[in-house]
Design a protein around this ligand. Structure first.
Ligand code: PLP
Length: 396
């Protein structure tokens, strides 16, 4: 099948503004994955070390693992492939809890974590662990001081997200890591919204475990990794048992094309990180300027300490579900609260930031990527403005 250009020419609508949910696979990544799938020498099981075909597939895996380790500044054998950030987070939290329960049964996290963390913590609570859920500031930031105050003698682990998926709020990871290291507590960082977009060095920053998903940075869905610093010392317990792949931590046949896609997407994202960051920062500023001036939109969180890839806002008097529906033909935006059930629920993340009423029920997330242009932002603003005029006319 021919591979298309990164941005579809036809049909151009709706313009996709939900890159925090997932991104398009970069054409270079699709091409390279397709090559692996089509190559008659690369289909073998990478664990079939007895024959050359298996060993050739293993070379692709080894190179991918090396590339990821280079980007994250960790050791090659500290990269554990998983199906994505959800599985990585579960392996990190549950794996540490199960293997270190005799040293402590307390975990510190925040109220604004992704459901993967919150649901895993809830399951651990049912298994007898205790969890402190810290509230963020009104900007959506969890302070290192609040973490320090929450630590107990039996605290095993702190788990904090690098960048919030609803508001873009970025956490003070360096200070949190320094604190955890000083207090001798393990630290897991959910970097699903940060990997590829912001520099992460596991050598410079003392992070013990770090989770990511390829599809958030133009890689394929269904693949991610957990970086585990000093794996032998950490003694993580696996969640599944099988053939011993991934150092026994995540058994199962390795998907060669997916792993190559993850590594290439991360390498490409890192190579264009500064350029992309500058681009989306300018686009976000254009959007914020227009919606605040034209529509009196309220921006949730503080753009100065947030990822420019994600913006959460509300227009007074306008409900988010109505705005999303009214603009759906032209732009794909989201309410921001990852809503697997399909039922509309106000965001617990925004609530934890003290946002209530109109702002809460009107919260909309728009998220950007390298493919967007100033014209796309112009279309988004015009579409939102026209929809709001229509809705206000109907309300009048
Ligand atoms: N953590 C954060 C911050 C996310 O945004 C997401 C995805 O939405 C995840 C974890 C889970 O990632 P995945 O669905 O790829 O497992």
């Amino acid at each position: 099948m021919p591979l298309e250009d990164e941005k579809p020419r036809e049909p151009p609508r709706p313009i996709y503004f939900d890159t925090a949910a997932t991104t398009r696979v970069a054409p270079e990544v699709r091409e390279a994955m397709f090559q692996v799938l089509a190559d008659p020498m690369l289909f073998a099981n990478p664990s079939s070390a007895e024959h050359g075909l298996g060993r050739q597939a293993a070379v692709v895996i080894d190179q991918a693992r090396d590339a990821i380790a280079t980007e994250l500044a960790c050791e090659t054998d500290e990269v554990i492939f998983t199906s994505g950030a959800t599985e990585s987070i579960n392996l990190a939290l549950r794996g540490i809890a199960l293997s270190h329960a005799e040293h402590g049964r307390h975990i510190v996290t925040s109220m604004i974590e992704h459901k993967a963390t919150l649901a895993c913590c809830a399951a651990l609570e049912r298994d007898g662990f205790s969890v402190t859920y810290l509230a963020p500031s009104t900007s959506g930031v969890v302070s290192p001081e609040s973490i320090a105050d929450a630590l107990q003698p039996d605290t095993l682990l702190v788990s904090i997200m690098h960048t919030n998926n609803e508001t873009g709020a970025m956490q003070p990871i360096e200070a949190i890591a320094a604190l955890a290291a000083e207090r001798g507590v393990l630290l897991h960082i959910d970097a699903a919204q940060a990997a590829g977009k912001f520099p992460i060095s596991l050598t410079r920053t003392p992070i013990d475990l770090l989770s990511l998903s390829a599809h958030k940075f133009h890689g394929p869905k269904g693949i991610g990794c957990l970086a585990v610093r000093d794996r032998r010392r950490l003694r993580l317990q696996p969640l599944t048992y099988g053939g011993g792949q991934e150092f026994g931590l995540r058994p199962g046949t390795l998907p060669t094309h997916q792993i190559l896609g993850l590594a290439l997407a991360l390498t490409l994202a890192a190579a264009r990180r500064d350029e992309d960051l500058k681009h989306v920062t300018a686009l976000r500023a254009q959007f914020v300027d227009a919606v605040t001036n034209k529509l009196g939109a309220i921006i949730h969180g503080d753009p100065d300490c947030a990822s420019p890839y994600i913006l959460n806002f509300a227009v007074p008097g306008i409900r988010s579900d109505a705005l999303i529906n009214q603009t759906a033909a032209e732009i794909a935006i989201a309410s921001g609260s990852a809503c697997s059930s399909g039922a509309f629920e106000p965001s617990p993340v925004l609530r934890a930031m003290g946002i209530e009423g109109d702002s809460l029920y009107g919260a909309v997330r728009i998220s950007f990527d390298r493919s967007h242009t100033e014209d796309d932002i112009g279309t988004a603003v015009e579409t939102i403005t026209a929809a709001i005029h229509r809705m206000r006319m109907l309300q009048a």
